[in-house]
Design a binder for this molecule. Structure first.
Ligand code: CUK
Ligand code: CUA
Length: 640
């Protein structure tokens, strides 16, 4: 969520008459309207959808069931997670490596499921890091983060990780313009207009493996890229980005950043850009960025530093980027299931502009331009516009679609979801949110084939919805049944961190292929111990390697002596179980590296530097059998 706070507060005060302080009678009261039953999933029954929800400043992604709103898993992505040892075990540490070194936290705003032919295919889910610009790919068999790629020439990665209709590319647009990585960055901030540049990145994704690569970047004027969506169907081959700060101001106080009546939607012909890259038109530019991969056979992450990127210059290649004026500070930029309509949302505007792909194409052909902006053609507003939704609400942010010709847009300031018809641009229904909604999600709602049974609103402010928990209240999601003409609220459920975007997919697509355990025979971790008899302690200078196994209900070895002060101890723990849902944990008293949580068939390593002489208990942290409490042992540390 990015909003000019003064403006929002003014608008809130002026318009809402205190919507935040007084709950309208029965508003969203599910039991009152008899809707609670619709969200009820009986004990032992499965949910219909997986909901992948961004965790905002928690840096993680959470998995909920719909319609129950039950939390099933928090997938560690950009932040360390002591619960799972992510970022603490030697095997997972490289996942959080960047050109700045180990960065154990980030701000994940958007989730995006992979697609084939414009439909959600259930292979991977992507997430963006808004702080230290990164994109992650998560495998939906193991629900583990498989890959993280850092983005050079970027600072803040907000406009991401949106994908093309066959997941050819994941896209990322920089939220902050900055001097290019290979330029002198030590310049006065006031020289923004001369020295700062904007970049959008195209990350290619391999069809079978999902392997990502930074294919190319497009260099643009120093404006801010906010959100994006790919064209689909007829507009396949194009990408659309919302841009703000076209004033190129270095301080975004309202006076600076919102002087202009209109900012831009940028249309990018990525097929053309791809041709230029193939034709060798890309300029090789020095750049440092990390590319990290997790291998589920070695159960180990590797981090590689890259040193170069291919850059296309939008200014000199006149036919890859076009600007389209869009009212004040566009935020969301959403493409309908047919690919014809592009919905912009000026978050300080009181209307929704809808652009037509066909009209954009004819405007380009007939050169219906309003001059150029920093060397990039600007298409005339009217030449690209299909029409405007008039007076839909205040502060439009994000739009999803139901595949039946309707769009649903969130309004932060007037705190509601508004359903409108795309063809005639008429408002059909509105439902209040409690309070101040950001993103929304309809399963498949940004794909060619939405599954429009439910709509979930992700709200910024909770106030009086739950029992209080001190100054900080949980963030909240609200579930609506949208199968009828009118939206009906059926459930509130709390979420982790700040939910920005979320996506949902039918449970049928994922649940059968979910991985149950790793085959121990296929474990090729350097330090694997494939049977209890092979467990051992090996000294190499001052390094001590403990090759340890875990199986219900003991560790082997479980009494370790011969360790001296000054030693560095590595516990390589292999979980020998070959059954579903039998992880073992491993913890050492006083160790600063959290715990290990080892899946069946996996090996993970805890590094430990003893800080004192004495006896140190070790134990399994995850209740694994009736004798879980017996799963323990001792390590003896002696003087040097
Ligand atoms: S943002 Cu948060 S509500 Cu980062 Cu997609 Cu619009
Ligand atoms: Cu192993 Cu508890």
């Amino acid at each position: 969520m990015k909003m000019n706070i003064t403006k929002v507060l003014l608008l809130l005060a002026a318009v809402s008459g205190g919507v935040l302080s007084c709950k309208p009678k029965n508003a969203g009261d599910a039991s009152a309207s008899g809707n609670a039953q619709k969200a009820y999933v009986a004990p032992g029954k499965y949910d219909e959808f997986y909901n992948f929800v961004s965790g905002g400043f928690s840096g993680q992604m959470s998995v909920y069931g719909l319609p129950s709103g039950r939390l099933f898993r928090v997938i560690p992505v950009f932040s360390v997670d002591p619960e799972k040892g992510y970022g603490y075990s030697e095997e997972t540490k490289p996942m959080l490596n960047t050109s700045h070194g180990f960065v154990p936290w980030d701000d994940l705003h958007h989730t995006e499921l992979s697609q084939t032919n414009g439909e959600v295919d259930g292979k991977w889910v992507f997430g963006n890091a808004n702080n230290t610009p990164r994109v992650a790919r998560i495998d939906l068999k193991s629900f583990k983060t498989s890959e993280i790629i850092e983005l050079p020439n970027s600072a803040g990665n907000h406009s991401s990780p949106f994908i093309t209709e066959n997941t050819e590319y994941v896209v990322a647009g920089t939220r902050f313009s900055v001097p290019a990585d290979d330029a002198n960055g030590d310049v006065p901030i006031s020289t923004y207009k001369q020295n700062f540049k904007g970049y959008v990145s195209f990350i290619s994704v391999k069809k079978e493996t999902g392997d990502m690569d930074l294919a190319f970047q497009i260099e643009l004027p120093g404006i801010n890229f906010d959100l994006s969506h790919a064209g689909k169907g007829k507009s396949h081959g194009w990408f659309f980005f919302s841009c703000y700060n076209t004033e190129q101001a270095n301080s975004l106080l309202e006076v600076n950043a919102s002087q202009k009546d209109k900012d831009f939607i940028m249309a990018v012909n990525w097929k053309k850009a791809e041709e230029y890259i193939k034709a060798g038109k890309g300029r090789k530019v020095k750049a440092n960025y990390a590319h990290n991969k997790y291998n589920e056979k070695t159960h180990t992450a590797t981090s590689e530093m890259k040193s170069e990127v291919l850059v296309l210059d939008a200014k000199s290649l006149k036919d890859i980027c076009y600007f389209i004026p869009c009212p004040k500070s566009p935020h969301g930029c959403d493409v309908d299931p047919t690919g014809e309509y592009i919905v912009g949302s000026g978050k300080l505007a009181a209307l929704i502009p809808v652009f037509s792909f066909d009209k954009i194409q004819s405007a380009i052909q007939s050169k219906a331009f309003d001059g150029e902006y920093d060397g990039i053609p600007v298409i005339k507003y009217d030449a690209a516009l299909y029409g405007e939704v008039k007076k839909p609400g205040l502060g439009p942010l994000h739009t999803e679609f139901d595949g039946k010709g309707n769009a649903y847009t969130t309004f932060f300031v007037s705190s509601e979801v508004v359903k409108w018809n795309i063809k005639d641009l008429k408002v059909l229904d509105r439902a209040p949110t409690f309070y101040s909604v950001g993103h929304l999600c309809i399963p498949g709602g940004d794909s060619k084939k939405p599954n429009a049974k439910y709509l979930i609103a992700y709200n910024k402010i909770t106030k009086d919805r739950y029992i209080p928990t001190g100054p900080e209240l949980t963030q909240s999601a609200q579930l609506y049944d949208i199968s009828g003409d009118k939206m009906e609220m059926i459930l509130d459920f709390p979420t982790i961190g700040e939910p920005h975007y979320a996506q949902a997919v039918s449970a049928d697509l994922l649940k059968e292929k979910s991985l149950k355990f790793y085959k121990i025979d296929e474990n090729s971790n350097k330090y694997v111990t494939k049977g209890e008899k092979e467990s051992k302690v090996v000294r190499q200078g001052n390094e001590v390697h403990v090759y340890m196994t875990s199986i219900r209900s003991h560790f082997s070895p479980d009494n370790i002596e011969g360790i001296k002060m000054g030693d560095v101890v590595y516990f390589h723990v292999t979980n020998l179980e070959q059954d579903w849902d039998v992880p073992h944990g491993f913890a050492v008293k006083g160790a600063v590296n959290a715990e290990l949580l080892i899946m069946p068939g996996e090996t993970q390593t805890l590094k430990w530097v003893p800080d004192r002489v004495g006896i140190f208990p070790i134990y399994c942290t995850d209740f694994c059998s009736a004798l879980h409490q017996e799963m323990q042992g001792y390590v003896r540390v002696s003087p040097k």
